[in-house]
Design a protein around this ligand. Structure first.
Ligand SMILES: O=C(O)[C@H]1O[C@H](OP(=O)(O)OP(=O)(O)OC[C@H]2O[C@@H](n3ccc(=O)[nH]c3=O)[C@H](O)[C@@H]2O)[C@H](O)[C@@H](O)[C@H]1O
Length: 440
C-alpha cells in the first residue's frame, strides 16, 4: 500500500490542527494517575471499553487496517460496518445512467452546493471533509446537517490519508471525483504557507495516487483558480493565456496543481478537468471572503478595509454566483470522458481540460459594498487603505467561451441578484434581529 504523502497531519490544517481524541483520553488518564485501585480500575475500564468498541464498530477489514497501520496516529472516526453501510447508502443511484461521485471538501461552500445538486438529480454522492478550523467549523457542521438531511453522507477524514482513500475506492466503484478540498484564501498564504503546500499539493498528489490505483479509475473534476492568471494585464483571461506569474502562494499551488494534473493524465491515463473559479460567492459561503466579512462588519457597525491600488484605482473581481458555478461543475462532469488506465498503467490517451468559470462582468469592490449597504439598510464605515502587498491582483475577468462551447456554460446571476440572495440567507442563518431583516 502506498504511504500517504503526509501521513500524520490533516489536510488543510488551517489556523490550527484539529484536536484529536487522544488528548482527551490523555486528560482523563491524568485524573486517574493515583496509585492502587484507582489505577487498576482505570485500565480495566479502558480494556472493557475497547473490547466493546471493537465488537460494535470494527468490521474484519477495519481490524486489518488497524493491524497494518497502528503505528500512524489516526483516530477511529471512520471504519466499521455502520460506516460502510452509510457510505453504500449515500452512493446509491436513483437514476439509471447516474454518476457515482466522491466529493472532497463536501462540507465546504462549493462542495455542499455541488453535492446537493448531484443528489437532487439522482446521482450517488459520498462526501469527505476534515472539518478543519480555517474558518468557523460550526458552519461546516451546519452544511453537513443539510447534506445528511438530503441523504449525503460526509466521511470525516483527510485527503492526505491514503489508507482512507484506498478504503473508499475499494468500497465504492466511483465513476467520478469532484475534488474541492483545498486551502483557500489568497492573503492567508502569507500567514500559513505550509497549509497551502500540504493541502493543495501534497493532498492533491495523494488523491491522484488513489484515483490512479482505483479500479475503475474515476474521471476527476477539480478546483483550480482564477488566481493562476496572476499579474497578467491582457483581459479577459483565456485558458490559453500565460499562467506563469502567480502573485500569491495560493495561486502558485493551484498552478502547480494544474501541472501535476498534466503528469497524472500523461503517465496514468487519468481523465482530469481543472476549473478556474472566479471569486465564488453566495449563500452558505466562506466567512473569510470579503463579501461575507463585510456583511458581518457592516451589521455590527465595525469599519471595513477597502483596498485601493495605485492611482486611486480599486480592485475589481469577476464575482461568480454559486448556482452558476454548480452548473459549470455538473457540465464538466457530464462531458468528462472516462479515464483510460487500469492497474496503475495508461491504456491510451485520456482527456485533459481546463475551463474558466466566471461571470464575465468584473465589478469594483466599492460597488459590491454599495449593493450590500442597500440590502442591509446600513451604511458601511469605510477605511480606505493602500492595497497591502499580500498577493492580491488588481483585476479579474473571465473569458468563458471555452466552457460555453463544451457544455453550454451560461452564468445568469448578476452581482446584485446574487448578493440579495446571500444577504437573505445570512440574516436568516445568523438570526439577525427583525428590524434588520431583509425586504424586497
Ligand atoms: O478567484 C479565485 O480564485 C479566488 O477568489 C477569492 O479570492 P479574492 O478574489 O481575493 O476574494 P476576496 O478575498 O473575497 O476579495 C475580493 C476583493 O476584495 C478586496 N478586499 C478584500 C478584503 C478586504 O479587507 N478588503 C478588500 O478590499 C480584495 O482586494 C479583492 O479585490 C477566494 O477567496 C480565493 O480562495 C480564490 O478562490
Amino acid at each position: 500500500m502506498a504511504p500517504s504523502v503526509q501521513d500524520s497531519c490533516p489536510s488543510t490544517p488551517g489556523k490550527g490542527k484539529i484536536e484529536r481524541s487522544s488528548s482527551h483520553f490523555g486528560r482523563v488518564a491524568n485524573r486517574w494517575q493515583s496509585p492502587g485501585s484507582a489505577h487498576f480500575f482505570f485500565w480495566s475500564f479502558v480494556l472493557v471499553g475497547f473490547m466493546f468498541y471493537a465488537v460494535v464498530h470494527i468490521s474484519p477489514s477495519g481490524l486489518h487496517f488497524m493491524q497494518h497501520h497502528s503505528s500512524t496516529v489516526r483516530d477511529l472516526t471512520w471504519g466499521g460496518l455502520l460506516w460502510e453501510k452509510q457510505i453504500e447508502h449515500s452512493a446509491h443511484l436513483k437514476r439509471e445512467t447516474g454518476l457515482v461521485v466522491l466529493v472532497t471538501g463536501a462540507a465546504g461552500f462549493v462542495g455542499t452546493h455541488v453535492s446537493l445538486a448531484l443528489k437532487r438529480r439522482g446521482d450517488g454522492v459520498v462526501g469527505i471533509d476534515n472539518f478543519n478550523n480555517y474558518y468557523d467549523p460550526s458552519l461546516k457542521r451546519s452544511r453537513q446537517s443539510l447534506l445528511e438531511k438530503q441523504g449525503v453522507f460526509v466521511v470525516e477524514g483527510d485527503i492526505n490519508d491514503a489508507v482512507l482513500l484506498e478504503r473508499l475506492f475499494s468500497l465504492i466503484p466511483f465513476t467520478h471525483v469532484v475534488h474541492l478540498a483545498a486551502q483557500a484564501g489568497v492573503r492567508y498564504a502569507m500567514e500559513n504557507p505550509g497549509s497551502y503546500v500540504h493541502s493543495n499539493i501534497a493532498g492533491l498528489v495523494t488523491l491522484f495516487e488513489a484515483c490512479k490505483a482505483a479500479n475503475p479509475q474515476p474521471a476527476i473534476v477539480w478546483a483550480s483558480s482564477s488566481s493562476v492568471y496572476g499579474l497578467n494585464l491582457k483581459t479577459p483571461f483565456s485558458e490559453t493565456d500565460r499562467t506563469d506569474q502567480p502573485a500569491s502562494l495560493y495561486a502558485a499551488t493551484k498552478k502547480a496543481g494544474e501541472e501535476i494534473a498534466h503528469t497524472y493524465n500523461h503517465i496514468y491515463g487519468l481523465s482530469i478537468t481543472g476549473l478556474r473559479f472566479f471569486t465564488v460567492y453566495g449563500p452558505w459561503g466562506r466567512p473569510d471572503m470579503a463579501y461575507f466579512s463585510f456583511t458581518k462588519d457592516i451589521l455590527r457597525g465595525k469599519p471595513i478595509d477597502l483596498y485601493q491600488g495605485p492611482n486611486g484605482i480599486y480592485p475589481a473581481r469577476d464575482f461568480t454566483y454559486i448556482d452558476d458555478i454548480v452548473k459549470g461543475c455538473l457540465g464538466s462532469l457530464d462531458t468528462a470522458k472516462k479515464s483510460t488506465g487500469s492497474g496503475g498503467a495508461k491504456n491510451g490517451t485520456a482527456q485533459l481540460r481546463v475551463f474558466n468559470l466566471g461571470n464575465t462582468s468584473p465589478v469594483p469592490v466599492p460597488r459590491l459594498v454599495n449593493i450590500l449597504e442597500k440590502y442591509l439598510r446600513v451604511k458601511a464605515i469605510k477605511n480606505i487603505m493602500r492595497m497591502p502587498k499580500n498577493g492580491d491582483v488588481p483585476f479579474t475577468h473571465a473569458n468563458i467561451s471555452h466552457a460555453r462551447s463544451e457544455f453550454g456554460y451560461n452564468p445568469t446571476t448578476d452581482l446584485s441578484m446574487g448578493l440579495k440572495k446571500f444577504v437573505k440567507w445570512y440574516l436568516t442563518y445568523y438570526d439577525t434581529p427583525l428590524d434588520r431583516k431583509f425586504h424586497d
